[in-house]
Design a protein. Structure first.
Length: 176
């Protein structure tokens, strides 16, 4: 009796291959999940299981602990950096320091910058990553709530960075 999954001849397992391709197409590249930030509170959707790290940084003249929560899909990083400042009066300097640090990290140049009034500061920049000097696209938004500051970032090769996924990520962010 002939196996129903494989046919003899030139393409013996075509139905099996077709089924495998169909199942692979159904597996999501982006597995969105809601994440809550700690110790600085926020909510965001991340496209994969996140990792978090906290380290001391200087933001606008204040030494603070900054927590970075990030996930990576296909070489594109989705991340939220959050810190609590000692005084809300230092928020503008801290946000400027966050922006400058991101640009410095990728040797970046600004393509577009908007906002900063009542809403978040939005930034689009290009840069490179050592050691291979591959070109990167940086999309970032900077938020403040009271004495808390946030940088919400998508960073990766422009050929792999999908604007729809970046929009999903950015629109899901809620500082608490």
């Amino acid at each position: 009796m002939q196996n129903f999954l494989c046919f003899p001849g030139r393409w013996p397992c075509l139905p099996l291959v077709a089924l495998a391709l169909l199942l692979a197409a159904c597996s999501p590249k982006f597995d969105w999940r809601q994440v809550r930030g700690t110790p600085v509170p926020f909510e965001v959707l991340l496209p994969a299981k996140p990792a978090s790290v906290t380290r001391p940084v200087e933001l606008g003249g204040s030494k603070v602990d900054m927590t970075m929560t990030a996930a990576e899909v296909d070489g594109v990083t989705f991340a939220v950096g959050a810190a609590t400042l000692p005084d809300a009066a230092t928020v503008p300097a801290a946000l400027a320091s966050m922006k400058a640090g991101l640009l410095r990290n990728i040797n970046g140049s600004i393509r577009r910058e908007a906002g900063a009034g009542a809403g978040p500061l939005e930034l689009e920049a290009t840069g490179t990553r050592a050691p291979d000097a591959s070109e990167l696209l940086l999309l970032a938004r900077f938020f403040a709530k009271d004495a808390r500051v946030y940088q919400v970032v998508v960073l990766g090769p422009s050929s792999r960075l999908a604007r729809d996924e970046a929009d999903t990520f950015f629109s899901s962010f809620k500082p608490n």
